[in-house]
Design a protein around this ligand. Structure first.
Ligand code: FE2
Length: 205
């Protein structure tokens, strides 16, 4: 099967990163020249490409009822891009993304994200799209078809398909995932349970 994305085209935004402050190199602001906005835009672009290919009759997505299916669409020194399918109740446990920034766009179906928010009780500032859930510090939001989410450094979440329909999403990480930590929450406290190295080409959690 041919690659869904052309490495040269995906690499373009990252070889000459845009900056609002041209006197400062973007590398000084984080671990990658890509911004969260860059990653969101990229996942939206790839999601549109996957949808167009499927509309044209090409099979781009597979489904595995036993475990979450994923395929890496692109990898370079700065970036990896994954296509993921989720049947009902398939998901990832509470985790971070090590030193990587990330983003996702939902191609079809819906994903439910539980996001850690520093343990605070709901103070009335919770956005309407997010609901306090599962005790202090965790908030839930549903990412419907076409929605995107960005993951800055320190973003701790789990993502699960709670719907009947299979969900499909595109994920991008920059730099490529190299380590992840996993967490439990109890009594409003976030506790790291373990950390794991992520080998090149290993599917993200
Ligand atoms: Fe994640």
């Amino acid at each position: 099967m041919t690659a869904l994305v052309e490495p040269a085209r995906l690499g373009t935004p990252f070889t000459r990163p845009r900056s609002r402050r041209p006197d400062r190199r973007r590398w000084q602001d984080g671990p990658t020249p890509a911004s969260l906005a860059d990653l969101v835009a990229l996942t939206r672009e790839v999601a549109a490409e996957v949808s167009a290919r499927e509309a044209a009759g090409h099979r781009a997505v597979e489904v595995d009822p036993a475990s979450r299916w994923s395929r890496r669409l692109h990898a370079d020194d700065h970036l990896d891009v994954w296509l993921v399918s989720w049947v009902t109740d398939q998901g990832a446990e509470l985790h971070d993304h090590g030193g990587s920034l990330g983003a996702l766009t939902v191609i079809r179906g819906a994903l439910t994200e539980w996001r850690w928010t520093a343990g605070a009780e709901d103070d009335g500032t919770c956005p309407a799209e997010e609901l306090p859930a599962r005790g202090p510090g965790l908030r839930r939001r549903v990412l419907d078809t076409g929605r995107s989410a960005a993951f800055g450094l320190g973003h701790v979440h789990d993502v699960t398909n709670r719907a009947v329909a299979t969900a499909v999403s595109v994920h991008a990480y920059s730099p490529p995932l190299s380590a992840m930590s996993f967490y439990d929450v109890g009594a409003g406290v976030l506790r790291r349970t373990r950390s794991e190295l992520v080998a090149p080409g290993q599917a993200p959690a």
